[in-house]
Ligand binder design. Sequence first.
Ligand SMILES: NC(=O)c1ccc[n+]([C@@H]2O[C@H](COP(=O)([O-])OP(=O)(O)OC[C@H]3O[C@@H](n4cnc5c(N)ncnc54)[C@H](O)[C@@H]3O)[C@@H](O)[C@H]2O)c1
Length: 398
Amino acid sequence: MRILILGGDGFCGWPSALHLSAHEHQVTIVDSFVRRRIDDELRVQSLTPISTLSERVRAWSEVTGRRIDVVEFDLAHEYDVLLDVLSKVRPEVIVHFAEQRAAPYSMKSPELKRYTVDNNLNATHNLLAAVVQAGLDAHVVHLGTMGVYGYESVPVDLPEGYLTVSYPDRDGHLHSREILYPTAPGSVYHLTKSLDQLLFQFYARNDGVRITDLHQGIVWGTQTDETALDSRLINRFDYDGDFGTVLNRFLVQAALGHPLTVHGTGGQTRAFINIRDTVRCIRLAAESGDAVDGRVRVMNQVTETHRVSDLARLVAETIGARISEVPNPRAEADENLLSARNDHLLGLGLEPTRLDAGLLQESVEIAQKYADRVDVSRIPSTSYWNSARRSSAAGGDA
Ligand SMILES: NC(=O)c1ccc[n+]([C@@H]2O[C@H](COP(=O)([O-])OP(=O)(O)OC[C@H]3O[C@@H](n4cnc5c(N)ncnc54)[C@H](O)[C@@H]3O)[C@@H](O)[C@H]2O)c1
């Protein structure tokens, strides 16, 4: 199939592009490279030395003989270029990764809240409007997040996007209908993903756009079979307080002999997926677009849930590290329970990769290999959700 990957230079997009190319799909990557510019702005770099996108695709072609095309533009602000690309490439599948994806970054300042809303909502809406305008019957696969469900303990396994509710009419007769599972976003970033869901619902109903929204858990790991083929194909690994995700941060901290920084008591339970499963799920979703009809297909892209303190203990025991409880910068419950269904992807053939010591070790070896690239001062999260705490923290720093 002809597949357009929006945000294909990023942490999930790059290995997904390679995986789809390795499976005989014709891949075109779109990226504005804003993520690389954010690294410069934050004065941080990926733990792993990532090549430029042009070097990456050249290496892929040398190693495998497969070609990946690249187009650089800003999806949120260059609508005409998007339309032109859609009419030239005529993609059958469009995988949309191109959003600002860090919750702490989205809460850093009023400017970054506004940037996150502007970038994410315009990117998603431009895509949907352009698919309709170009008259394309393309299947849109979007990366959403498990965070849209919120992190309150609820007495159910989180369903895949929808909830059936019953309510009495004015005569007291019970009716039931299916609604989008009520969202409870915990950051401006999560808010944009919640709003994306309404855009999808509208365009599926109004224009018949075929859409799959993948509610992905926190991704950990770095390499996949394809990115490991050549050092120039290596994937991004964020460890900093804004973009680093919890388990990858623990792995880097352990590799450096830095204490594992657990926010609060670590009683938060979160959903996880290894990057190797992410790329497989993207392929399973992309290749099953014929099954999408009428309403948005929502699939929970998660393989397991863990309590943050248990993860810290596992990493500490496997690699040997100290755990340090630090104040939680986020406005969130100290503890929650979380369990989610993932029947859709299992039904499509996903065989989950479970967290185990072997895979942790693989990531630690990468962290140790590139330890000299780490700036330890960038490890703590300095984005405070609560403005009163933010100003006191800023005052303290000053
Ligand atoms: N990484 C995770 O743990 C995780 C978990 C759940 C969901 N997701 C979702 O998966 C998607 C990809 O995440 P990631 O970790 O690969 O993020 P990333 O920041 O590494 O990659 C996103 C890519 O999109 C590009 N991009 C952003 N805005 C753009 C625009 N307007 N025009 C063109 N390109 C643009 C960036 O330059 C970057 O290369 C995101 O939508 C994110 O919300 C990620």
